[in-house]
Unconditional design. Structure first.
Lengths: 958, 73
């Protein structure tokens, strides 16, 4: 193993299909038009000296090190800013160039410290490399003059010197080492799109400045780390590198946070991670990352990780640490006992959308094959199950239609109920880049999210009342149909025409017009009409949506309405268009693909289908139940009724993440055996009888499938601290229950998946190593995978228009609960926060806050930062208020990252009609001033503390 | 809303409301198929028991769909 060194071509790749041929140093080379001479030279294997150029940002031409000579042209142009054209004859080395470069380097070094031996960039410093490349041997100017290097000069304070900025928890800014190449500034603008950095001053006074000479932490910086990656010196350096030193080998793996699925190089020293660097060839992230993926991996070695199995008879008892065998035997005996007493269907399990495909597959296999029922579900139940239902009904596949690259060809972006800047930040950066190039943006969201207004981006915002998505989308369709904006050729060719006619007649009814529905939706009809026209006629229109669509009583109906809109405008089946669900967790797409739903086997095939079931029976050598099992909310109801008494939960914290916490507590308390398989004693573990320690993504092999259907490798870089990868634990648990599963490596599990699942037929670890990643379907017809789906026709045959009647949720405001609460996430924290709360990310978000409009706050006497009581029909909690006009009057908003807030005490039992996906996004609430934690919070906290006790180990007698 | 017949009646009616706009025949068919595909046997058994007890609270399309489903079972 060695350190993967990616070639820096100096300037970005040109997409042109026209080729040009030039001669560099006597060698002919052909490159796409628009390629710089610098890049052309690098492609031919000649590295022209450079400092301000790097291929993650556009050429800038400031360092004057990359000068070349071109025959027939005067002077020495910069090779980074000079495009290659036909017939050029370029020389990269001559006496004149050598002298010029040496002179430039001499000036740079005359204002740079020479502490190379003790510098954090030692071994990874481009300035040092260039000094070597140009043959710098002495610096004639000395260090006595004006400089930025020394704190004191001639016995006095040096006003040019600035101390290090250590405010960011993950990286240091050392101004004394800055060469003002502005790579960091450009990375922040061009790659991340935040524009937090600038160069202040001119000439010798030029300095990199976060915001208006603020600290990094105090500025708008979102800590994505693109600047750190771009920096050629030790000016911006990861604190982990400063502490540990340079890495010696690296392994390409996949981030375990969100559904974007960024590829990273885990740069290692032995089994210690030095840093995570986004991989340029990662097709989801293209070399970019966010604060979570790049920096927030400290949880993997956090002291609160539980590394030994534990058991207890009653949840009131302290935990007893035991051997793995004891834990498995205890769990197996409990589960068998429950099945004998209450019947075969009285146990089940939840697969993890955080774990690998292989691990998820094994958990559902254990449940179907070992437990002998289909009581398996996954966290997609509470997020994107309506996507699965809605898209399979209309298009024929339960997944998004595009790859992320598709956004580069998009002209109109319609975001519905999603805030990618917070929840899918790397995709948001790619999207914003396209928007800065001129694509239009429409945002349908109750809240003025970060997407609505960001540097150089202004969206057409339709701020709707929570719960009225279907009315708004049907009104958009109304405008498209009644104003004659239908893509009739597409609809006639690709869709069922008579179903379209029924649907068109329905949406055209006057009661669905923007004007008629405005009273319910709160959306300005003029703005809505404008949005419909832009989406239907503005070129390639792409819809991106999130949980603001799915987590409603009409979640599935909304997904169907989205599919209808894409079909009626012909925005399906080519790059730049499509319907793109932004999946929440790293492997939630994969967990759905792997048969985690109680009604279907891997590959979305209903359990009642004899032919498919028989294939699995033959491979698994066991008879399978042909009836659908319980979904997560049904499991809770059945537990309270006394027919569902044992649950195996892998890598999910249902107590914190599922709605109506009191109901979940009642259900878990009613069960006789809850097995939690996780990294930490999470909230669910407070009600568990068996704890099986889990492993992190750094400790195992496997694959994740992201929101683009992209299957990517997860590679083990360290030995599991707990002893076993999660797939091994599931195998051993199965064995204790008498269900044998034999695999020596996850690749064998993938081979079984491929053999049983037509859309995965061509997937293998060898294939993934060869291609880097692959998007399913990957089979004989598409051996390299399928970036864009439904090209030339829909998977189900004809696209199906389905009528979407708006039905208001039964969760209504009234005199007691006059406000609507909606929930969401923040950039620095991830879901229930089990991981990110155990990293330095808490500096950005230490608690959940309640956003409330100044008008509503004033009426209730609430000031910014006050503690408020938040009450709904389901329960109440307290948290601090943040007064903002991001939310409309009548709407309040909070995040759900912290268990001490327990936002889900407030949310209700209402759920999507088709899939039982909970209605997190609409809860009628009341707000009042409060002095501190509610009684519920106090008793919850006490129970949690009591439940987490671990009994001291008693020394063995022998 | 946690006592089970009430909750199941509510869920079944929610399904019914989605299919209602597709016309009676298609709605009855759609509701029956949806419940057959997605409800665990114990849930179906409970709603059938409720149906046998008069099916109070069930919308007409849903009542028909459940009767149809019960006959097939």
């Amino acid at each position: 193993m060695s350190l993967i060194q990616e070639i820096d071509f100096g300037t970005p790749k040109s997409k042109s299909e026209t080729m040009v041929t030039l001669t560099i140093d006597g060698n002919q080379i052909t490159v796409p038009e628009g390629t710089s001479i610098m890049r052309a030279a690098m492609e031919a294997g000649t590295q022209i000296p450079k400092l301000c150029a790097t291929d993650m940002v556009d050429a800038f031409g400031s360092c004057r090190l990359c000068l070349v000579e071109i025959e027939g042209r005067a002077g020495t142009p910069a090779s980074c800013t000079t495009p290659a054209t036909n017939g050029l004859v370029v020389h990269t080395q001559s006496d004149r160039l050598k002298k010029l470069r040496k002179g430039v380097m001499e000036l740079y070094i005359s204002d740079h410290p020479l502490d190379c031996l003790t510098c954090a960039a030692n071994g990874d410093c481009e300035l040092q490399d260039m000094a070597g490349a140009v043959g710098l041997r002495d610096v004639r100017y000395g260090y006595e003059g004006e400089n930025h290097v020394f704190a004191k000069a001639h016995g006095c304070e040096n006003d040019n010197w600035m101390p290090k900025d250590e405010s960011n928890p993950y990286f240091t800014y050392d101004p004394s080492k800055c060469i003002v190449c502005s790579r960091c500034v450009r990375a922040c603008e061009e790659v991340q799109g935040t524009f937090a950095l600038t160069i202040s001053g001119r000439g010798f006074d030029s300095r990199v400045s976060p915001g208006m000479n603020e600290s990094f932490l105090g500025s708008e910086c979102v800590s994505c780390g693109a600047c750190v990656q771009a920096c050629p010196t030790a000016t911006l350096t990861e604190k982990s590198v400063i502490e540990i030193g340079q890495p010696e080998h690296s392994v390409v793996t996949t981030c375990a946070y969100c559904g974007v699925g960024c590829a990273f190089k885990a740069e290692m020293r032995g089994e210690e991670v030095v840093r995570m660097v986004p991989w340029k060839d990662g097709k989801a992230n293209r070399g970019h990352s966010c604060v979570k993926g790049r920096f927030a991996w400290g949880y993997t070695t956090h002291k609160e990780r539980i590394l030994k199995p534990m058991i207890r008879e009653r949840i009131e008892d302290p935990w007893q640490e035991v051997s793995w065998d004891e834990a498995f035997n205890f769990a197996a005996a409990k589960f068998k006992g429950i099945q004998q007493k209450y019947g075969r269907d009285a146990v089940g399990g939840i697969t993890s959308s955080r774990c690998t495909n292989e691990e998820t597959y094994l958990v559902q296999k254990l449940i179907r094959g070992g437990f002998g029922n289909n009581n398996v579900d996954t966290c997609a139940r509470v997020c994107h199950s309506p996507t699965g239902y809605g898209l399979s009904q209309t298009f024929g596949t339960s997944a998004g239609t595009q790859d992320f690259d598709s956004v580069e060809d998009t002209d109109v972006v319609l975001i519905i109920g999603a805030n990618p800047a917070s929840a899918h930040p790397v995709f948001a950066s790619r999207l914003k880049k396209r928007l800065r190039q001129g694509a239009k943006l429409i945002v349908v969201d109750p809240r003025r999210t970060e997407m609505v207004e960001s540097p150089h981006v202004k969206a057409l915002h339709l701020p709707l009342m929570p719960g009225t998505n279907v009315a708004v989308l049907t009104a958009l369709a109304h405008v498209i149909v009644t104003e004659g904006l239908v893509d009739e050729a597409f609809v006639r060719e690709r869709c069922d025409w008579s179903e379209f006619e029924d649907w068109a007649a329905f949406v055209a009814e006057p009661k669905h017009s923007p004007e008629a529905t405005a009273i319910m939706t709160g959306v300005d009809p003029k703005a809505l009409r404008e949005a419909a026209r832009i989406y239907a006629t503005g070129g390639n229109g792409a819809i991106y949506y999130g949980l603001g669509v799915t987590e409603h009583s009409q979640g599935s109906t909304t997904v169907i309405a989205i599919a209808n809109l894409a079909m009626v405008t012909g925005n399906i089946g080519r790059p730049g268009v499509g319907v793109n669900p932004l999946r929440g967790q790293n492997n939630v797409q994969g967990s759905c693909d792997m048969g985690s739903f109680p009604h279907e086997l891997p590959g979305y095939r209903h359990i009642s289908g004899d032919a498919v079931r028989e294939q699995f029976e033959a491979m698994w050598n066991v008879k399978l139940n042909n009836e659908p099992g319980l979904r997560i909310p049904n499991m809770f109801d059945a537990a309270i009724e006394g027919t569902f008494m044992g649950l195996y939960v892998q890598g999910e914290d249902i107590l914190q993440s599922d709605p109506n916490t009191k109901h979940v507590v009642a259900a878990l308390s009613a069960m006789e055996c809850v097995i939690v398989h996780d990294l930490f004693l999470n909230e669910t573990a407070n009600y568990a009888h068996v704890f099986l320690p889990g492993s992190t993504f750094l400790e195992k092999d496997g694959t994740f499938t992201n929101a683009e259907r992209r299957i990517q490798r997860v590679r083990k870089v360290m030995t599991p601290l707990n002893g076993y990868a999660d797939w091994e634990v599931t195998i051993m648990l199965g064995k204790a229950m008498g269900f044998e599963m034999n695999y020596s490596h996850p690749s064998e599990i993938m081979d079984e998946i491929a053999a049983l699942t037509p859309t995965f037929a061509g997937v293998s670890y060898a294939r993934l190593d060869e291609l880097g990643s692959v998007q399913w379907p990957c089979n004989e017809k598409a051996p390299e995978g399928t970036p864009v789906m439904h090209i030339g026709g829909f998977v189900r045959g004809k696209g199906k228009f389905i009528i979407t009647e708006y039905i208001a949720t039964d969760e209504r405001t009234g005199p007691r609960y006059p406000l609507l609460l909606t929930t969401g996430r923040i950039l620095s924290q991830y879901n229930v926060g089990a991981q990110t709360r155990r990293t330095e990310n808490v500096v950005w978000h230490a608690e959940d806050r309640l956003e409330i409009h100044p008008h509503d706050a004033e009426q209730r006497g609430v000031r910014d930062g006050d503690w408020v009581r938040l009450a709904s029909r389901a329960g109440e909690t307290t948290l601090r208020a943040e007064i903002t006009d991001r939310v409309a009057p009548g709407v309040v908003y909070t995040t759900f990252h912290h268990p001490d807030t327990q936002a889900n005490v407030i949310t209700t039992d209402f759920s999507d009609w088709a899939t039982n996906c909970p209605e997190y996004k609409v809860t009628a609430v009341q707000i009042s001033p409060s002095n501190g934690p509610s009684d519920w919070q106090k008793s919850y906290d006490e129970q949690a503390r009591n439940s987490r006790r671990i009994a001291p180990i008693v020394e063995a007698a022998e | 809303m946690s006592s089970s017949p009430d909750k199941l009646v509510y869920m079944a009616n929610q399904i019914g409301k989605f299919f209602h706009s597709q016309g009676r025949d298609r709605a009855v068919q759609g509701i029956a198929e949806h419940i057959w595909k997605f409800w665990d046997p114990r849930m179906r058994k409970q709603i059938f028991a409720h149906l046998d007890a008069g099916g109070a609270g069930l919308d007409p399309d849903v009542l028909d769909a459940l009767q149809k489903l019960k006959q097939q079972a």
